[in-house]
Design a protein around this ligand. Structure first.
Ligand SMILES: NC(=O)c1ccc[n+]([C@@H]2O[C@H](COP(=O)([O-])OP(=O)(O)OC[C@H]3O[C@@H](n4cnc5c(N)ncnc54)[C@H](OP(=O)(O)O)[C@@H]3O)[C@@H](O)[C@H]2O)c1
Length: 114
């Protein structure tokens, strides 16, 4: 009898790294049951829109439950991207300043500690 396949949930599955990891796991469907987690329906469609892709914001624990339920392993590839503050003029020299959207700072830490 074949060994049971571990269920692996990839967060940020619509991101640059997440898409690669998610597709590699899917290619090995004899070894893994892959699940993806994305933030929007748009991202879900981008990676095929299958039923094994869940839509949730990782900052909202109650929405994560269906994706995490029964998962044996997590591959955490969710990441906040800082945005450049408007008004920076590269022709004037100096350095641009960056900010995180409300609540996004510490996203990686928050996810990994939950
Ligand atoms: N250790 C290594 O060698 C290595 C190599 C590569 C990457 N990494 C790490 O992997 C992480 C991802 O990098 P990346 O370049 O793939 O980033 P990326 O392309 O920006 O992807 C990040 C993903 O996170 C999602 N996301 C952001 N906030 C979210 C939230 N609140 N809830 C749910 N999803 C959210 C984004 O969704 P949206 O598309 O909807 O914004 C995006 O798809 C980073 O932490 C990076 O440092 C590590």
């Amino acid at each position: 009898m074949a060994a049971p396949r571990p269920t692996v949930l990839v967060t940020g599955a619509g991101g640059r790294t997440g898409q690669i990891v998610f597709s590699k796991l899917r290619e090995r469907s004899d070894q893994f049951a892959a699940r993806g987690l994305v933030r929007s329906e748009e991202s879900k469609q981008k990676i095929g829109g299958a039923d094994d892709v869940y839509v949730a914001d990782i900052r909202e624990a109650e929405h994560l439950a269906p994706a995490v339920q029964g998962a044996d392993a997590l591959v955490i590839l969710t990441s906040a991207s800082p945005k450049m503050k408007p008004g920076f003029d590269p022709t004037k020299g100096g350095r641009p300043e960056f900010y995180y959207e409300d609540g996004a700072y510490g996203l990686d830490w928050a996810e990994e500690s939950d």
